[in-house]
Write a protein that binds this ligand. Structure first.
Ligand code: PBG
Ligand code: ZN
Length: 331
C-alpha cells in the first residue's frame, strides 16, 4: 500500500456507488428475528410501555402480526408466552394446550412460511419468576433439566421449527438434544443462549413477559458481565452437547464476545439485541436527541460486523417495513 499523498482513502468514499461497492458488511432481512409476546384471550393488543412499538398480543393477533411480518419479507420470529397460570415448577410451560403450543399451531395453520423459534425457559411460568425449580432459594439445576425436556418435546410436537433454551442451566443443551432425538425430532435445531449475561438491560422484557424474579436475581445462573473466557467455555460446552447455533446476549455491550466466539468456533452465531438496548435508542430518539433510523441501523450493523449471523431484535419489523428492497437493508 502506498502512502499519502499517492494514496487517498477518500477516493473510495466519493460516490454512493463506490461506497456501496466496497461495503464489507450488509444486513439482510434473512438475518433478523422478531420477538413476540403472547398473552391469553382474544382480540387483545396491549402496548408495552417500556418497549415503544411492541405489544403483548393474543393468539389471533399474533397470527395477524405474523402475516404482516411475512408480507414485509421477514421470515422468522421467536415466541415468549405469558401463561394462564403459574406455579412453583412452571408446569404450564409443558402443557400441550399451553399458550406457546396454541400459538405455534395457529401460526403453522395460517402463516406456514414463517419460521417459529421458541424460547425455552420457566421464568414466565413460575410463581417466583426464576428460570427453573427452586431449592433452598436457588435454581435446582438437575430438577430443572427434567422439566426442560418436557417443555422441549411439547414445543416440538406443536410444530416449533427451532428451540432456543435461555435459562443458562448446566447441561441443558445435551438434555434437550436427547429429548428431541428420542421423540422423533432429530431434525429440529437448537439455538442455545450459550453466553447470556446477568445484565441490567433486561428490564423492559421483564415487564413485557411478566417474569421478574420475586426475590433475588439471576446471578447464580447467568454470567458475570466481567467475564470473557468463560463465554468461550460456555459456547464450547454447548457445541459439544449438540448446539447448532450459539447465541450471545445482550448484543451491543458484548460485541467483543460475539467476535471471540465467531473467531474461535466458526459456527452460526446469533446475538440478542435485548429490550434495554432497544428502549435506550427509542427513548433518546423520542427526546429528539438522536436520529432513530440511523442509530437503529448502525447498531444492527455493528452487531453483524462483530460476527453475528443472526440478530434477534425488536427492530426487525421496523427495519423490514421501512428500509428494504428485496430483503436487502438500505435506508
Ligand atoms: C428469560 C429471558 C429473558 C430475556 C430473554 N429470555 C429475561 C431474563 O433473563 O431475565 C431477555 C430479553 C430481552 O431483554 O429482550 N430467560
Ligand atoms: Zn428465564
Amino acid at each position: 500500500m502506498s502512502h499519502f499523498p499517492e494514496f487517498r482513502f477518500r477516493r473510495l468514499r466519493k460516490t454512493p456507488v463506490i461506497r456501496k461497492m466496497v461495503r464489507e458488511t450488509e444486513l439482510s432481512l434473512s438475518n433478523l428475528v422478531q420477538p413476540i409476546f403472547v398473552i391469553p384471550g382474544a382480540g387483545i393488543r396491549k402496548e408495552i410501555s417500556s418497549l415503544p412499538g411492541q405489544a403483548q398480543l393474543s393468539v389471533d393477533k399474533v397470527v395477524e402480526y405474523g402475516k404482516r411480518l411475512r408480507d414485509f419479507g421477514l421470515e422468522s420470529v421467536i415466541l415468549f408466552g405469558l401463561p394462564e397460570y403459574k406455579d412453583e415448577s412452571g408446569s404450564s410451560a409443558w402443557d400441550d394446550n399451553g399458550i406457546i403450543q396454541k400459538t405455534i399451531h395457529a401460526l403453522k395453520e395460517s402463516v406456514p412460511e414463517l419460521s417459529v423459534i421458541t424460547d425455552l425457559c420457566f421464568c414466565e411460568y413460575t410463581s417466583h419468576g426464576h428460570c427453573g425449580v427452586l431449592k433452598n432459594g436457588d435454581v435446582d439445576n438437575d430438577a430443572t433439566l427434567k422439566n426442560l425436556a418436557r417443555q422441549t418435546v411439547s414445543h416440538a410436537k406443536a410444530g416449533a421449527d427451532m428451540i432456543a433454551p435461555s435459562g443458562m442451566i448446566d447441561g441443558m443443551v445435551g438434555v434437550i438434544r436427547t429429548a428431541l432425538d428420542e421423540s422423533g425430532f432429530s431434525e429440529i435445531p437448537i439455538m442455545s443462549y450459550a453466553a447470556k449475561y446477568a445484565s441490567g438491560c433486561y428490564g423492559p422484557f421483564r415487564e413485557a413477559a411478566d417474569c421478574a424474579p420475586q426475590e433475588g436475581d439471576r446471578r447464580s445462573y447467568q454470567m458475570d458481565p466481567a467475564n470473557s473466557d468463560e463465554a468461550v467455555r460456555e459456547a464450547l460446552a454447548d457445541l459439544e452437547e449438540g448446539a447448532d447455533i450459539i447465541m450471545v446476549k445482550p448484543a451491543l455491550f458484548y460485541l467483543d464476545i460475539i467476535r471471540r466466539i465467531k473467531d474461535e468456533f466458526h459456527v452460526p452465531t446469533a446475538a440478542y439485541n435485548v429490550s434495554g438496548e432497544y428502549a435506550m435508542i427509542k427513548a433518546a430518539a423520542a427526546n429528539g436527541w438522536i436520529d432513530e433510523e440511523k442509530v437503529m441501523l448502525e447498531s444492527l450493523l455493528s452487531i453483524k460486523r462483530a460476527g453475528a449471523d443472526i440478530i434477534l431484535t425488536y427492530f426487525a419489523e421496523q427495519v423490514a417495513a421501512r428500509c428494504t428492497t428485496n430483503g436487502r437493508v438500505a435506508c
